[in-house]
Every structure is written in structure tokens, then in C-alpha cells.
Design a protein around this ligand. Structure first.
Ligand SMILES: C[S@@+](CC[C@H](N)C(=O)[O-])C[C@H]1O[C@@H](n2cnc3c(N)ncnc32)[C@H](O)[C@@H]1O
Length: 218
């Protein structure tokens, strides 16, 4: 069900979540991840995010996971990156130098595949999931990563008067606590109202759109 939903979005080019510029909160708070040159950053539910390219250009290895073959193919084509394609377990694995994307279901990843991860960058991943799947997602994150891995999590909170409830799903601080507190320490770094920059949310009757950036660590 979830899978068909996302594949259809990509098929129909309904990818309003995709940003053409690097996320400002990633740029601003990257230092909070305390990464060193050559460290690996895992990007769950990565779409064709150019944030992966930005991280790679800074000298980090990047591993993404994404359901949609179209998204993965577009990522490499739009950035003019030649890739090799192999199969690994239940995934098709795409490699370009220090960028690897596993095309397949996040829930099929095993610890070996992302074993050198030093940080997780979650933008529009956790908040893209309905509660029942989000619950499994946070548990899986905990199972995959050891104590030294930090997560930069970006969320959105809003109240729509019309239009679909989600995705993205409105995410309060309480919701982050509810889903993550059994597994991680949660530290709010910043919150900012970005409604002026997001006319689509305005059209759906939102008076505010609060973006937050958290650091999570187990
Ligand atoms: C809202 S988009 C965000 C993409 C990206 N993080 C970004 O910032 O542009 C969510 C993505 O997650 C993918 N996705 C959803 N569930 C997934 C799963 N279980 N395994 C892999 N990818 C998944 C969808 O195909 C979609 O591309």
C-alpha cells in the first residue's frame, strides 16, 4: 500500500517535497554531527535529494535507501553521475564513487549494509510516514545503529484547514518525544516558522509552518 502510494507519486511527478537547493538547516547544523572527513552519512528514504551530493562534495560517504527506481535513476541522471548497478539481498545497489543508494524497502536493510554509518540525516523521512509505520521506523533505526551514531532530524508542524492530512504529517515536539524517547536522547536545536516560503501550505489554510531541527542520540 505504502509502496504503491510512493511509486505512483514518482510516476506522476508529484514530487513537491523535492528541493532544488540544499536544506538550510542541514548547512547550519551539520557541525552538530561532529563528522570527520570520510565518515559515512546514512540518508533514509532519500528520494533524489541533492543534499546527498552536497554531503559527498564535503568529503563524506553517503548511503541512501529509496523505494523508487525512478527517483534513484533521476538522482544520478540529473547530477550527471555514472553509476554501477548490482543486486544485494533484496535491493538493487547503485554506486557512484562514495555515494551508494539501495533501491528497495528501508525495512529490509540489515546492519551490515550500513555498518560504518556515523550520522543519519532525516529530512522528509520520519514525517512522511503514517503513525503505524513511523513507529516501526524509529524502532528499526534504533536496531540498526549503535550509540555513537547521531541523527539530524528535520520536522514540520502545521494545522491544515483543507487538503490531505499528509504526507508530510504534522509533527509536534510531543510527537517526536513520543516516537523517539524510548530509543534516543532528543535535543531540539532550532525552530523557525517558514510559512512565508511555502505557498502550498498557505493555500491549504495553514497560518504557520514550524520547521524544527533535532539531534537524536542513543
Ligand atoms: C517525502 S519523500 C522525501 C525524499 C527525500 N528525503 C527528500 O528530502 O527529498 C519520501 C520518500 O521516501 C520513500 N519511501 C517511503 N517509504 C519507504 C520505504 N519503506 N523504503 C524506502 N523508501 C521509502 C518514498 O519513495 C519517497 O521518495
Amino acid at each position: 500500500m505504502q509502496k504503491e502510494f510512493w511509486l505512483e507519486k514518482w510516476q506522476n511527478n508529484q514530487t513537491g517535497f523535492h528541493k532544488k537547493s540544499v536544506h538550510p538547516l542541514l548547512i547550519k547544523h551539520l557541525d552538530s554531527l561532529f563528522l570527520q572527513n570520510g565518515n559515512t552519512v546514512f540518508v533514509p528514504l532519500c528520494g533524489k535529494s541533492i543534499d546527498m551530493l552536497w554531503l559527498n562534495n564535503l568529503g563524506f560517504k553517503v548511503v541512501g535507501v529509496e523505494f523508487s527506481e525512478l527517483a534513484v535513476e533521476q538522482f544520478f541522471a540529473e547530477n550527471q553521475l555514472t553509476f554501477t548497478k548490482t543486486s544485494e539481498e533484496k535491493f538493487i545497489r547503485y554506486d557512484y564513487q562514495n555515494i551508494r543508494i539501495y533501491q528497495g524497502d528501508f525495512f529490509n536493510l540489515n546492519a551490515e549494509m550500513i555498518k560504518d554509518t556515523k550520522a543519519v540525516y532525516d529530512r522528509a523521512a520520519f514525517i512522511a510516514l503514517p503513525d503505524d509505520i513511523a513507529k516501526k521506523y524509529t524502532k528499526k533505526m534504533y536496531e540498526l545503529f549503535n550509540e555513537s551514531v547521531k541523527t539530524l532530524l528535520i520536522t514540520l508542524e502545521f494545522e491544515k484547514k483543507r487538503g490531505p492530512i499528509g504526507p508530510p504529517f504534522s509533527t509536534t515536539i510531543d510527537k517526536v518525544n513520543h516516537f523517539y524517547q524510548d530509543y534516543f536522547k532528543i535535543n531540539l536545536l532550532e525552530e523557525i516558522d517558514i510559512i512565508e516560503d511555502e505557498p502550498k501550505f498557505r493555500e491549504q489554510g495553514c497560518d504557520f509552518l514550524v520547521e524544527r531541527c533535532f539531534i537524536l542520540q542513543s
